[in-house]
Design a protein around this ligand. Structure first.
Ligand code: AMP
Length: 393
């Protein structure tokens, strides 16, 4: 990407490289439940090791809120990295301070040190200048390869950068930026945006910005009910954001003005509760709630997706965690995988769905960052990316 140094443009041999990674893996009883983020970090780690850098890895894990929470230690992640890289990986029990600095200076060329969870210090999330300064003392060169936090202003993402003469992006960020930029610059037409998930409020900005670029917008998931309510279509007791109905009405009008085709679910899988008996219906009765889009809707959405040249998808079509309400999300995932198009799936739930349905091989790009990919597609300069750009190419 123009404006940001790649690894190849940095002098790393024999120097200490402070590497910000997103090693925020889900843990289950102290075990790593899903290693996708660790896998995604390996190309940059291997590159730096081979280039003879002395790499100091920092990351957050979970939400310890500025406290030392032993269950959220990065130590098991460091052990996992050692195994995957078949290399010795040192671990520091804090992320800043003289002892950690000493360890960073004891590394050999090609060596690796993982420091403790950044969020054990409140200064990380607060973007504290002092914490950023302390962290910057761990390296001579800074590399950010944590795409999932690029939309944050955390100390390790933004505040540290001015303290380095050389700063750049790792292989994962390079790949994410290249893949997502294709959606912003001259995407193949028709361009279809698919949005789902629970809340309209989280997706307003992306709907507004996608409207300028897409030819068709498909809306499913719980957020569809606010749009259906805006069209005075009965939605029974389905989830609805009453205070967003007027906004939904305005967004529907804007779609018409811009000649963007808007597709909403026509039928639904309903029940009286998430654990109740599922039934298919076109009209949702009072007392019933829509938990998934129905088969007719899947057929309609699949037709639209099948004609696309470019597809961006973020958010499930229903409560897909429950098998009874997973059909809509599975159907859309299969249509996206089958499309002869450039397909991008934003992180979070839709990426999890693609993995669960074993379709990842057939998707153009699956982003590792849910929030970051949405913000990127909104066309916003992410703070982490802007900070790296300020250091030149
Ligand atoms: P979000 O974080 O906004 O992308 O929302 C994802 C969550 O929305 C998932 O946990 C789904 O279970 C949930 N969801 C999607 N559709 C529905 C629905 N119709 N009713 C209730 N929850 C839903």
């Amino acid at each position: 990407m123009a404006g940001i140094r790649t690894l190849e443009k940095l002098d790393v041999a024999g120097r200490r490289v402070l590497l910000r990674l997103d090693l925020n893996v889900p843990l289950n009883g102290g075990k790593i439940a899903d290693a996708t983020r660790i896998e995604a970090a390996l190309p940059t780690l291997r590159w730096l090791m081979e280039a003879g850098a002395r790499t100091i890895v920092c990351s957050h894990l979970g939400r310890p809120k500025g406290q030392r929470v032993p269950a959220l230690s990065l130590e098991p992640v460091a052990a996992d990295l050692a195994e995957r890289l078949d290399a010795e990986v040192y671990f520091a029990h804090d992320s800043v301070g003289p002892d950690v600095e000493y360890l960073s200076k004891s590394l050999q060329d090609g060596g690796l040190l993982v420091v403790e969870n950044l969020r054990f210090h409140a200064g990380e999330k607060a973007g504290s200048e002092d914490f950023a300064l302390q962290l910057s003392r761990l390296g001579d060169v800074y590399v950010n390869d944590a795409f999932g936090v690029m939309h944050r202003e955390d100390a390790s993402v933004v505040g540290v950068v001015p303290h380095f003469e050389q700063a750049g992006m790792g292989k994962l960020v390079e790949k994410e930026v290249a893949a997502l930029s294709k959606l912003l610059r001259g995407p193949g037409k028709p361009f279809v945006g698919i949005l789902g998930g629970a809340k309209v409020s989280d997706k307003i900005a992306v709907i507004e910005s996608l409207m300028h670029r897409v030819d068709a917008l498909i809306i499913g998931g719980a957020m569809a009910y606010t749009f259906l309510a805006a069209k005075d279509i009965p939605i029974g007791d389905s989830l609805v954001e009453e205070n967003k109905i007027r906004l939904a009405r305005r967004l529907i009008e804007r779609c018409t003005e811009r000649r963007v085709s808007l597709f909403l679910p026509q039928d639904h899988i309903v029940s009286d509760s998430p654990d109740g008996e599922p039934t298919v219906t076109r009209a949702i009765e009072p007392g019933m709630k829509g938990f998934d889009v129905g088969p007719e809707s899947v057929g309609l959405f699949s037709d639209v997706i099948g004609r696309a040249q470019t597809v961006f998808w973020n958010g499930p079509m229903g409560m897909f965690e429950k098998e009874a309400f997973a059909g809509g999300t599975r159907g859309v995932a299969e249509a996206v995988a089958a499309a002869d198009a450039y397909t991008v799936v934003g992180g979070g739930d839709s990426a999890a769905a693609i993995n669960r349905f074993e379709l990842s091989e057939r998707i153009g790009h699956i982003s590792t960052g849910g929030g970051a990919s949405l913000k990127f597609v909104e066309g916003r300069d992410l703070p982490g990316i802007a900070a790296l750009k300020s250091k030149g190419a």
